[in-house]
Structure formats: structure tokens, C-alpha cells
Design a binder for this molecule. Sequence first.
Ligand SMILES: Cc1cc2nc3c(=O)[nH]c(=O)nc-3n(C[C@H](O)[C@H](O)[C@H](O)COP(=O)(O)OP(=O)(O)OC[C@H]3O[C@@H](n4cnc5c(N)ncnc54)[C@H](O)[C@@H]3O)c2cc1C
Length: 204
Amino acid sequence: MDLELPEELRLLQSSVRKFVDETLAPHEKEVEEKDEIPRSLIAAMGESGLFGIGHDEKWGGQGFGKLGYCVAVEQAGRANASFWNVVGATSGLCGTAIELGGPDAVRERYLPDLFSGKKVGAYALSEPGAGSDAGSLKTQAKRDGDAYVIDGAKTFITNAPIAEVFVIFANTDPSKGNKGITAFVVERGTKGLEIGKNDEKMGL
Ligand SMILES: Cc1cc2nc3c(=O)[nH]c(=O)nc-3n(C[C@H](O)[C@H](O)[C@H](O)COP(=O)(O)OP(=O)(O)OC[C@H]3O[C@@H](n4cnc5c(N)ncnc54)[C@H](O)[C@@H]3O)c2cc1C
């Protein structure tokens, strides 16, 4: 079995390592103290291609696949974990949900911006009473004409304070149990979307 990384992933590995060491690591102290990542750094992460590494070129990704994503995560681990958390929640969670389950019109509308880091994404599944047992979530979505009204509360949502695009899980038919759960893409600024206070965390 050949355990060596292919040449293109070794190049990816060294370029991510250089970016993390030279561009992200010098800001670790500031990020830890202020509990926020400067938007200019998120833009630099986007320009470096970090947000699209594991995703399909068809939707604006870099096309390095799951192995490429893992190579990048490993190198990102050289600096404060909060840097990759922004990428992971934007692309790995929010983007993947849209890539896997969204109709093409939704993919076209959101994925290029998420996979280039132009927009930050969040993935809102967990609730105060539904963590590991996500299928028991209580948020409901009720049809109202040609729209849905989503009613519920989420917790621990990475990127929520800065995200522009949210994938929110809600149940459209509680009589079907977890089979009634579906995902909605909700943009920041949508009427009724309230973001709670930021939880203080150590090292994130
Ligand atoms: C830093 C951070 C970021 C997060 N980001 C997101 C996010 O972006 N989006 C999102 O939706 N969620 C997010 N979460 C929430 C995360 O997915 C939940 O914390 C996780 O699902 C666990 O849920 P819980 O905290 O309610 O713990 P619980 O589900 O209450 O579990 C508590 C403990 O009980 C154990 N346990 C639970 N069920 C069983 C069982 N059946 N048998 C044996 N042991 C069991 C668990 O292993 C755990 O040790 C984040 C959490 C953290 C800490």
C-alpha cells in the first residue's frame, strides 16, 4: 500500500502550511483576546482558497476532495482552532448540506460565495434539548402561503455571530418524527432571525 500523498496534495500541504504560519498564526493572540477573527483575515483565507479545498469545482470549490480537506485541516491545526472553525462551519457543514441536499438553483445561489469565503455560513441543527439526539429537535416550520414560518431556538451554532447564510433544521410534520425534519437556507437579516449572545469558549 502506498501511503505517500500524491504530488498535488503535497504541494497543497506546503502552501496551506505556509499560509497558516505566515498569515494566521501571527494573529492568534489578538483573536484569543478579542474573541473574534478580523474580517480582513477571513477575506485572506477566502483568497487563499481555504474554503473550497474539499469541494467540487462545479460549485466553486478547489476539487481536492476529502483527502485534500484532511490535509488542509491538519495544517490549520498549527494555529488557533477558531480559524478552521470558520471554514469548517461555512464549507464543511453549511456548504456540504446545500451541496448534498439543495436543488441546483439553491446550490448556484449560495455555494460559490461559501466556497470562496465571500460569505460565512452556519449550520443550525443543535437545540438546548436536542444535541446528540438531533432527531428530537423541536423547531417547527409551518407553511404560510408560499413561504414557511420557522419557530424555535438553536444553540452552540458556530459562526452564528458573523454568518450571512444559515442552514436551519426544522420539522415540517412532527407526526412523522425525525422523518419530518428538513433544512432551510435562511439569510442573515431575515425578519425574525435573532442571534443570541456569544458563548465564551477556551481556545476557540
Ligand atoms: C464548540 C462547539 C461547536 C458546535 N457547533 C455546532 C454547530 O455549528 N451546529 C450545531 O448544530 N451544533 C453545534 N454544536 C453542538 C454539538 O453538535 C452538540 O454539543 C453535540 O451534538 C452534543 O450535544 P449536547 O451538547 O446537547 O450533549 P448531550 O447530547 O446532552 O450529551 C451529553 C453527554 O451524554 C452522552 N450521551 C448522549 N447520548 C447518549 C447515549 N444515547 N448513550 C450514551 N451516552 C450518551 C454524550 O456522549 C455526552 O458525553 C457545537 C458544540 C460545541 C461544543
